[in-house]
Design a protein around this ligand. Structure first.
Ligand SMILES: Nc1ncnc2c1ncn2[C@@H]1O[C@H](COP(=O)(O)OP(=O)(O)OP(=O)(O)O)[C@@H](O)[C@H]1O
Ligand SMILES: [Mg+2]
Length: 321
């Protein structure tokens, strides 16, 4: 059975410039122990999608609709109180984008890791601290780090602390929003290895958010490419890296340096559209080298390429099965 099914999720913000359609009809699913990569440029709606799943929303929400089905139950129907008790941190936890830089400077990191457990009040302080120490070791840090403060830790260590904190209540799903983007390359690799190990050993599902499609290749079983609030292509890692169908996915892959030694990396000209007035037709059409007649007029539906592989591009109309 699917662990998570998201159906036609929308999250729009109010702004002085108009309604920002940050998440505009997203559907995806995830099985137990599976890792799904969400890839997209800055501003494509990656964080908004994860905040909608965690129900951590700013006050200027215009629209928040769609279904989020977890273990067969639509969790959008839960009250805030039920959601807090049953879902947030317990079942779905998250490493927030940039959060390693907002660890509380006056609290010991071990206490901060244990905090969600202390708030639950189901175990005593001693047990919560023991679990925090165990988690520190699990994420590759010495137990002694428990008594340290955030300013005493490097970026990589702080990110390990954030991961430990997301694991404290044994969630079924962890959302990781750009967990390595502030780290240098060798530390990035260490964190990716840690995540790969957890996926295997802890039987945990992951949503791994990144702007770097190359980074998702190692960890993720499935990939969804986000463009201007919509998923424009999704499939298994094999399908997405082996036979990408959407020109945007193809361009993202061509932009990876060193993938083909004879070709220099390509960059994608132009900028993503303004989400207060997304273009008619395909949202990528203005930047697409292959655009043709219907592209600026009719939004392409998600064409099924093969099982599990969908692409929202008029070029793929003939592939419809
Ligand atoms: N609270 C808000 N109010 C209004 N607009 C917002 C708000 N939060 C995000 N946005 C807008 O929604 C769109 C999607 O933002 P989001 O942060 O989800 O993108 P992202 O893909 O996570 O980007 P990045 O890679 O830079 O983290 C952007 O246009 C952003 O400016
Ligand atoms: Mg973001």
């Amino acid at each position: 059975m699917k662990l998570l099914e998201v159906k036609n999720l929308k999250l729009y913000y109010q702004s002085t410039r108009g309604t920002v359609k940050a998440v505009d009809g997203i559907s995806l699913d995830l099985a137990k122990s599976e890792a799904l990569g969400i890839v997209g440029e800055s501003g494509s709606g990656k964080t908004s999608l994860s905040l909608a799943l965690m129900r951590v929303l700013p006050s200027n929400i215009d629209t928040n609709e769609g279904k989020v089905i977890l273990d067969g139950k639509d969790i959008t129907q839960l009250s805030e109180e039920e959601f807090r008790k049953e879902i947030r941190w317990n079942t779905i936890s998250m490493v927030f984008q940039g959060a390693m830089n907002s660890l509380n400077p006056v609290l010991k990191v071990g206490h901060q890791i244990a905090e969600p457990m202390l708030l639950e009040k189901t175990v005593n302080k001693k047990e919560a601290y023991k679990k925090s120490e165990d988690l520190l070791e699990m994420v590759g840090l010495p137990k002694e780090i428990f008594n340290r403060y955030a300013h005493e830790l490097s970026g990589g260590m702080k990110q390990r602390v954030m991961i430990a904190s997301a694991l404290i209540l044994n969630p079924k799903l962890v959302i990781l929003d750009e967990p390595t983007s502030a780290l240098d390359v060798s530390i990035q690799a260490q964190i990716m290895n840690l995540l790969k190990r957890f996926k295997k050993e802890l039987d945990i599902s992951m949503i791994f958010i990144t702007h770097d499609i190359a980074l998702s290749s190692d960890l993720c079983d499935k990939l969804a490419v986000l463009y201007a609030g919509e998923i424009i292509e999704k499939g298994t890692a094999e399908q997405m890296f082996g036979k990408p169908k959407h020109p945007y996915t193809q361009l993202l892959l061509a932009s990876i340096p060193g993938l083909k030694q004879d070709a220099s990396p390509k960059f994608i000209p132009g900028a993503p559209p303004d989400l207060t007035s997304p273009p008619t037709g395909c949202r990528f059409h203005a930047r697409c080298p292959y655009r043709f007649d219907p592209c600026d007029k009719k939004p392409p539906p998600a064409f099924k390429i093969e099982k599990d592989h969908l692409s929202r591009c008029w070029l793929n109309e003939g592939d419809k099965k």
